[in-house]
Design a protein around this ligand. Structure first.
Ligand code: FES
Length: 160
C-alpha cells in the first residue's frame, strides 16, 4: 500500500475518532485494524490533530505491546505469556516457537509469512497454553502442536 493511501486511511480514522474523550487509543486501534500496523507518519498526524506532542504519541504507541511499528507478515501468531499459560509450560513453547521460526518476538520470518508476537492472556486460560493464529485461538498447544500450526499456515499459502 502506498504511503499516500496510508495517509488517507490514517486521516479518515482521525476524523472519525478525534472528538471522542480519550481519542488517542481508540484511533490507534482503528489505524492498526485498518492497516495492520501504525506507520511512522501517524505519529505526526495524530499529534497535530489531537494537540499532543509527537513524544506523547510515540510514548503511547511504544508502551503497548499491542501496537506494531512494523508491517506484520501475512499471518500473525501470538503466544500467550500470562500466568495460567506460564504455569503449564508456555516458556518452553515460547522458546520452541522462536527457535523453529528463527525469529524473536516482534519479528517476521524471512519469507514474510509469519510474525511472532507475545500476548498477555487470550481469555482461554482453562485450555493453556494458548496461541492465537490470526483471528483463531488454539488451546493446549505443545511444541508439536505449534509445528503443526505453522505447517498448516505454510500449506495454505502454497495452495492459495
Ligand atoms: S493466561 Fe494464557 S490464555 Fe489466559
Amino acid at each position: 500500500m502506498s504511503e499516500l493511501h496510508q495517509d488517507e486511511i490514517i486521516a479518515r480514522e482521525i476524523a472519525a475518532g478525534r472528538d471522542a474523550p480519550g481519542a488517542l487509543l481508540p484511533i490507534l486501534h482503528a489505524i492498526q485494524n485498518a492497516l495492520g500496523w501504525i506507520p511512522p507518519q501517524a505519529t505526526r498526524m495524530l499529534a497535530d490533530a489531537l494537540l499532543l506532542s509527537r513524544a506523547e504519541v510515540h510514548g503511547v504507541i511504544t508502551f503497548y505491546h499491542h501496537f506494531r511499528t512494523h508491517p506484520p507478515g501475512r499471518h500473525v501468531v501470538q503466544v500467550c505469556r500470562a500466568e495460567a499459560c506460564q504455569a503449564v509450560g508456555a516458556a518452553r513453547l515460547e522458546a520452541h516457537a522462536k527457535a523453529s521460526l528463527g525469529v524473536d518476538y516482534g519479528e517476521t520470518t524471512a519469507d514474510g509469512a509469519i510474525t511472532l508476537e507475545p500476548v498477555y492472556c487470550l481469555g482461554n486460560c482453562a485450555c493453556s497454553p494458548s496461541v492465537r493464529i490470526d483471528d483463531e485461538i488454539a488451546g493446549r498447544v505443545d511444541c508439536d502442536g505449534f509445528d503443526r500450526i505453522v505447517e498448516r499456515l505454510r500449506a495454505e499459502e502454497v495452495s492459495a
